[in-house]
Design a protein around this ligand. Structure first.
Ligand code: F6R
Length: 608
């Protein structure tokens, strides 16, 4: 999604803006631009394509003067990717320059009104109207013009704005789109997320929806929607810079795959004290937990697939119904939830627009919202009744890996915690389950070590144009994630099926040489899965199986076998997914795909 940066200070702004924009590249974009304010004049440079084009045009920003500026990476929603539609957008009198993330929902109505007053538009974007409104409302007071403009906008918007008459001032606004302020020594920043800022400052201010901030070199003043000053606390970012760099790996995705044992350890370890799970700050007592007669999990994409795994574990331990609902469907479904419903909201970024809308919908109907989020201070973290963080560190690759496995780890802990508190499992069972969960980081490392030659398999299978994933029980839930990982980064068509469903239609797609990835870790149903494997083999398929160590039977029916260490089947997803991530990664690498930034995709989906 679009990325915003802004700088005001003593240094030359353009090189800083370009460097910060590069840090936001992972969010996905198709054009980029910057505006600088110097000598009471705003100059703007923008282009389609990557930031290196802007770097070439401006000698990495060195040729552009000015100590204040704003920058943007655009992920096209309204209007094709083009130089014209790239941000920043200027008012016709060149007084204002604006960068925007989000969608101005009433832009057509506002645009028509302005056009009828003779105002000329230069792009097809929803953003340009903001620049013209600023100019229309401006009577010499920058803040007042911003306030008036914002009061007529509907939708989601994070804005960064320069005004020609205010050489040392940058104004930003946040409304349902992410935006944070970085506070430095004699310099201040705005950015869509902290990765853009950590090489400059670790002190940040999180804005709430509706807030407007005025930044100058030495001061940040925040106002609420009625222009009353608000006292804001600074928060410290504790991610280190290495976490946002590739550190010797070829791609962020590769690095993040190998970071998973540590990320899961960081997520689990601080929460297990003296053989018990301790969730600091969780407001729910044992009595509160007992009143929930239903759990609804809502999320998008991989986060929803983590939820699918969570459903099996939660139902097994809690014996109450658990549903997993795609947030984009839930929000428009007139859902049945009430005060006895616990909603688990899962999101790596904490900014996914559909997930936010779904949680608001459930909250309005009385559900208690417990969010599982990676980004501290994100919108979902702020709106939830309770939040538990996955301590995965920054995830840069568009395709999630450590986000997903840390979500799984927290779901296991939540299931065990709730089962223990509501006396559905004994102390002995709790200890045994926790011992299994605590083994995960080591077993994940072992799984990665055991599967180092997957790159060889990718050479064998990378020309398949359609690959199927099958499994039963938790293996089925993991197959959804394995298939998504493969298709999103390698552009190879892939589908995941509950193995028992094959006969109900899918089997007709199986033909000579078709690759079927069979997940066989759930040994209770191993014989059933073997029958499914035989069915696809009889139709000419090649079978790549993933099975637990020591399962010798699987070799008879498979072309290739990937092994994972033995573990309690409830937690096997955390291991089985690893070879699937590696398989997707190497197939994409073999096919020269843009692994960290797959085409058409964005990291954090802040619009519907
Ligand atoms: C796929 C992927 C996406 C996200 C989804 C939700 O690899 O990363 O499917 O899982 O867009 O994003 P978050 O977790 O940020 O809400």
């Amino acid at each position: 999604m679009c990325g915003i940066v802004g700088f005001v200070g003593k240094k030359q702004a353009a090189p800083i803006l370009l460097e910060c924009l590069e840090k936001l590249e992972y969010r996905g974009y198709d054009s980029a631009g910057i505006s600088l304010l110097s000598d009471s004049k705003i100059t703007t440079h923008k282009t389609t394509g990557r930031i290196h084009k802007l770097n070439e045009l401006t000698d990495c920003g060195k040729s552009l003067v000015g100590n204040i500026g704003i920058g943007h990476t655009r992920w096209a929603t309204h209007g094709a990717p083009s130089d014209r539609n790239a941000h920043p957008h200027m008012s016709n009198d060149n007084k204002f320059s604006v960068v925007h993330n989000g969608i101005i929902e009433n832009y057509i109505e506002l645009t028509n009104k302005l056009k009828s007053q003779g105002i000329k538009f230069n792009s097809e974007t929803d953003t340009e109207v903001v620049a013209h409104l600023l100019s229309m409302y401006y009577t010499g007071d920058f803040l007042e013009a911003v306030h008036k403009t914002v009061s007529v906008l509907e939708g989601s918007f994070a804005l960064g704005i320069l005004c020609q008459d205010y050489p040392g001032k940058l104004i930003c606004v946040r409304n349902s789109s992410p935006l944070i302020i970085g506070v430095g020594e004699n310099e201040n920043f705005i950015a869509s997320d902290v990765t853009a800022l950590i090489s400059h400052t670790r002190d940040v201010i999180y804005l709430q929806d509706g807030e407007i901030a005025e930044l100058s070199e030495n001061e940040v003043v925040v106002f609420d929607s009625k222009l009353q000053k608000v006292n804001k606390e600074k928060s410290k970012i504790n991610w280190n810079i290495d976490a946002a760099e590739k550190g010797g790996y070829n791609h962020f995705m590769e690095k993040e795959i190998y970071e998973q044992p540590k990320a899961v350890k960081d997520t689990i370890e601080p929460r297990i004290k003296n053989g018990k799970i301790v969730f600091d700050d969780l407001s729910l007592s044992a009595k509160d937990l007992s009143k929930f007669n239903r759990i609804v999990i809502t999320a998008c994409g991989s986060a929803s697939y983590a939820g699918q795994v969570g459903r099996y574990v939660l139902e097994e331990l809690l014996r109450i119904p658990v549903e997993v609902d795609l947030a984009s469907e839930f929000r428009y479904r007139n859902p049945v939830v009430d005060q006895n419903t616990l909603m688990l909201v899962i999101s790596q970024s904490g900014e996914t627009a559909d997930t936010i809308a779904a949680m608001k919908e459930a909250k309005a109907r009385g559900a208690h919202i417990l969010a599982i989020v990676n980004v501290v201070g994100s919108t979902i973290a702020k709106l939830a009744d309770d939040v538990l963080y996955t301590w995965a560190g920054p995830e840069i690759a568009v395709a999630t890996t450590k986000g997903y496995t840390t979500q799984l780890a927290l779901l296991y802990l939540i299931a065990i915690f709730m089962a223990e508190k509501t006396k559905r499992i004994s102390d002995v069972q709790t200890s045994a389950l926790l011992a299994d969960v605590e083994k995960l980081p080591e077993l994940m490392q072992k799984t990665l070590d055991m599967n180092q030659n997957i790159d060889q398999l990718s050479k064998k299978y990378n020309t398949n144009r359609s690959i199927f994933f099958i499994g039963r029980n938790i293996d089925y839930a993991v197959s959804l994630e394995g298939s998504l990982k493969l298709k999103e980064i390698s552009y190879i068509h892939s589908e995941a099926y509950a193995a028992g469903e094959l006969k109900h239609g899918t089997l007709s797609l199986i033909d000579e040489g078709r690759l079927v990835v069979a997940l066989c870790s759930y040994e209770k149903l191993f014989d059933k899965l073997m029958s499914n494997i035989k069915e696809v083999k009889a139709r000419g398929a090649k079978v790549l199986s993933v099975a637990q160590e020591g399962n010798t039977d699987i070799y008879t029916e498979s072309s290739d076998v990937l092994l994972v260490p033995r573990i309690n089947p409830l937690f096997a997803a955390s291991l089985v997914v690893l070879p699937l991530q590696l398989f997707a990664y190497y197939i994409a690498k073999e096919n020269n795909c843009d692994i960290d930034k797959p085409r058409n995709l964005a990291k954090s989906v802040t619009v519907e």
